[in-house]
Design a protein around this ligand. Structure first.
Ligand SMILES: Nc1nc2c(ncn2[C@@H]2O[C@H](COP(=O)(O)OP(=O)(O)O)[C@@H](O)[C@H]2O)c(=O)[nH]1
Ligand SMILES: [Mg+2]
Ligand SMILES: [Zn+2]
Length: 290
């Protein structure tokens, strides 16, 4: 009998799925499915559970709400971008991740961790991102009570943590999910072909569903068309209509109303980084068509 569930992980042609009745099954994909679409962690599926010692079958992948290819994740709804006073925040990485996620219709929020080390970073970032459409939360992974707002934002949505190694992603997850994943940047690695990658894994605890994947550090803007980068900056809305050139990329154009409106405000830093990301996307576009 067909049942529905969520794919947790897949390795060597076998998939682990959590059926909606709460039971975990090992599945093999039907031959037809194997040729069509590669199943992804987070996929909603139809399955035939196995009986006894026998594995079951992955029958069908249900329509996806969102999809990312690198890292390979389906149905992600919220990307949590984690930074901390230490290691020094790489805001280009944060904005790059936000562009890619927002383009895929995935919401983002910024989690400023280790506020015990420097409570002012959270305030600075909140100022910079006030008009970005991204919520900024200041937390300390070692103090569970500071994570309650984050827990509320995560509840009921498939989430993923991303950000520099050492920012505290695993520690935040451990506190939230009450588990003991390895911290300190240690990661389990499996050799698959030429690339060394780790499988994505779905962690579930009550209302929280979190995909644990390290793949976000590899993201580049190569798939984002240049003209579309600006579309995921709410800061530009309400100003761009007044730019002298239409359309305007808000880069070096004279009479750019976005440049004028953001000059000297905390959001200026976002605009500066947007221009660097725009240059990155242009470079990727040039390489693609060469
Ligand atoms: N002081 C302080 N240290 C933290 C906090 N969160 C994590 N750490 C430490 O930062 C280091 C890296 O954390 P980890 O969770 O492995 O980072 P990840 O690479 O992003 O998963 C570990 O030594 C943690 O104990 C925090 O809120 N405050
Ligand atoms: Mg980690
Ligand atoms: Zn402009």
């Amino acid at each position: 009998m067909a049942a529905q569930g969520t794919l947790l992980s897949g390795i060597g042609g076998f998939y682990t799925a959590l059926a909606d009745d709460g039971v975990v099954y090992i599945l093999r994909p039907r031959g037809k499915l194997r040729r069509d679409t590669a199943p992804l962690a987070g996929d909603r599926i139809e399955m035939t559970p196995g009986e006894g010692e026998r594995h079951g079958w992955l029958e069908r992948i249900l329509p996806r709400r969102t999809v990312l290819i690198r890292p390979p994740v389906a149905n992600l709804e919220l990307l949590i971008l984690v930074i901390a006073p230490k290691p020094e925040p790489d805001m280009m990485l944060i904005d790059r991740l936000a562009v890619i996620a927002r383009r895929a219709n995935i919401d983002c929020l910024i989690c400023v961790n280790k506020r015990d080390l420097d409570p002012s970073l959270g305030l600075r970032v909140a100022d910079e991102y006030a008009q970005s459409g991204m919520e900024v939360m200041s937390v300390c992974a070692l103090e569970p009570s500071t994570l309650e707002t984050l827990r509320g934002a995560m509840a009921g949505r498939l989430c993923c943590m991303a950000g520099q190694s050492g920012a505290g992603k695993t520690t935040v997850l451990n506190t939230l999910l009450n588990r003991k994943l390895k911290t300190g940047g240690v990661s389990l690695r499996t050799e698959r072909g030429r690339h060394t990658t780790r499988q994505a894994e779905l962690l579930i605890e009550g209302e929280l569903r979190v995909l644990d994947t390290p793949g976000f550090s590899l993201l580049a803007l190569e798939d984002v068309p240049t003209a579309e980068v600006r579309e995921v900056y709410p800061e530009f809305e309400g100003h761009s209509g007044a730019c002298r050139f239409q359309p305007c990329m808000h880069d070096k154009e004279p009479g750019c109303a976005v440049t004028a409106a953001l000059a000297g405000t905390p959001a200026q830093a976002r605009l500066d980084r947007y221009r660097l990301l725009l240059a990155e996307a242009r470079e990727a576009e040039r390489n693609r068509y060469r």
